[in-house]
Design a protein around this ligand. Structure first.
Ligand SMILES: NC(=O)c1ccc[n+]([C@@H]2O[C@H](COP(=O)([O-])OP(=O)(O)OC[C@H]3O[C@@H](n4cnc5c(N)ncnc54)[C@H](O)[C@@H]3O)[C@@H](O)[C@H]2O)c1
Length: 363
């Protein structure tokens, strides 16, 4: 299969993880056996990457030239020149939120397939416009929503399909991490409204709202509150969004950027016959409880403990899924309409916050 030629824009932290999808597995000896060195334990690296990094662009020219040397590819001096490069088929956008809409739109107008990091775009109306444009132009476009590729969540989907815990009554998600240093540094976009458009709800919300939609269905109503501990920042670093799904199942999603611990995600699904708890830092990450006397629960070992790479691996899997979709001209596993739906919930949550936690009815 022909490799997809990709132009990468925004060569920062998460770009480095996306780039892993393009590196061939070098950890094989000449007989093709796995060796225990280098990068293979971290990601499911393919021997034959589905894509090739053909061009790079960053507003910082030093980053562009460094990465161009590493990937042996073209360093463009402007985004316009990259999206008009006939030697690229697709663009992978890992930029601050405020730039997503414009950069995606321009790439789709230039006839390139697009993968964009979350949030797809800051407004749902922009997301809808981009999805329609991609359809009209016959291009593959989706959001790099790695949640879909997190092994523990894929396993939860199987457990729910098998009705292991009965009917879900209450779902809780908690995304926590330490962003205090970046939020305090006003030279960075993370704590500035002109870079992020919003704080924890815009940044972490799309993951949980996508997860709700994928595993449990649409949100019926919600209310939200947000607060800020980091004074130097302009955006909220803590938020709580809670309500009910259309099915009647209750939910609450909490986000914080001030937890001094490794980046983590928790999910609790409380059902009529038991509870599933996912905690990416726990060993194993999934435990199932069956009733009030099941004090120790059952460690569900189908997904191994991987506190370091659980997220990176899912991001690489998402990039590979996009590349495979482009090569085979098939829909991506992450339906862009679900990425857009997550932004509708983000908007509703901000609407509630700015109206003192008013209940917002969505359906
Ligand atoms: N899926 C996930 O779990 C996950 C995790 C982290 C970040 N992200 C997303 O990835 C995106 C980038 O985040 P990051 O942490 O890598 O940010 P970052 O600040 O580390 O990198 C952003 C890069 O964009 C470049 N840039 C800024 N303005 C530009 C412009 N006008 N033209 C070209 N380049 C420009 C910067 O120089 C920098 O290299 C965000 O949308 C973020 O939400 C997703």
């Amino acid at each position: 299969m022909k490799q997809v030629r990709v132009g990468m824009v925004g060569l920062g932290t998460i770009h480095a993880i996306h780039a892993e999808a393009f590196k061939p597995d070098t950890d094989k000896d000449t007989a093709g056996n796995e060796t225990a060195t280098a990068n293979s334990p971290r990601y499911d690296i393919r021997e034959d990457p589905l894509g090739k990094i053909a061009a790079v662009f960053d507003i910082d020219p030093a980053k562009s030239s460094k990465r161009a040397l590493e990937f042996n590819c073209t360093a463009h001096s402007s985004y316009e020149s990259m999206i008009n490069d006939p030697d690229i088929d697709a663009v992978d956008i890992t930029l601050p939120h405020a730039l997503h809409y414009e950069f995606v739109r321009n790439a789709l107008d230039s006839g390139k397939h697009v993968l964009v990091e979350k949030p797809m775009a800051p407004l749902a109306s922009q997301c809808r416009e981009l999805i329609e444009k991609a359809q009209q132009n016959g291009l593959i476009f989706t959001v790099a929503e790695n949640t879909r590729f997190v092994h523990a969540y894929q396993e939860v989907k199987r457990l729910l399909d098998d009705e292991i815990i009965g009917t879900p009554r209450l779902i809780r998600t908690f995304i926590s991490g330490s962003e205090v240093t970046r939020l305090r540094d006003t030279s960075l976009w993370k704590g500035r409204i002109d870079g992020t458009v919003g704080g924890a709800i815009m940044d972490a919300g799309p993951h949980s709202f996508y997860l709700l939609k994928w595993l449990f269905g649409n949100v019926g109503e919600l209310r939200a509150s947000a607060s800020r501990l980091v004074n130097e920042s302009e955006v909220e670093d803590h938020a709580l969004v809670a309500g009910a799904l259309e099915s009647g199942t209750l939910f609450s999603c909490e986000f914080t950027f001030t937890a001094e611990m490794p980046w983590n995600e928790r999910l609790e699904v409380h059902g009529s016959k038991g509870t599933i708890v996912v905690d990416q830092l726990s060993d194993p990450p999934i435990v199932i409880y069956k009733g009030e006397l099941d004090f120790y629960g059952t460690a569900h070992k189908a997904v191994p403990h991987d506190p370091v790479w659980w997220k990176g691996s899912s991001i690489v899997d998402g990039v590979n899924d996009f590349l495979d979709a482009v090569s085979r001209n098939r829909p991506t596993t992450v339906d862009p309409r679900d990425g857009c739906y997550a932004i509708e919930i983000v908007e509703a949550a901000y609407r509630s916050c700015s109206n003192n936690g008013q209940v917002i009815v969505l359906s």
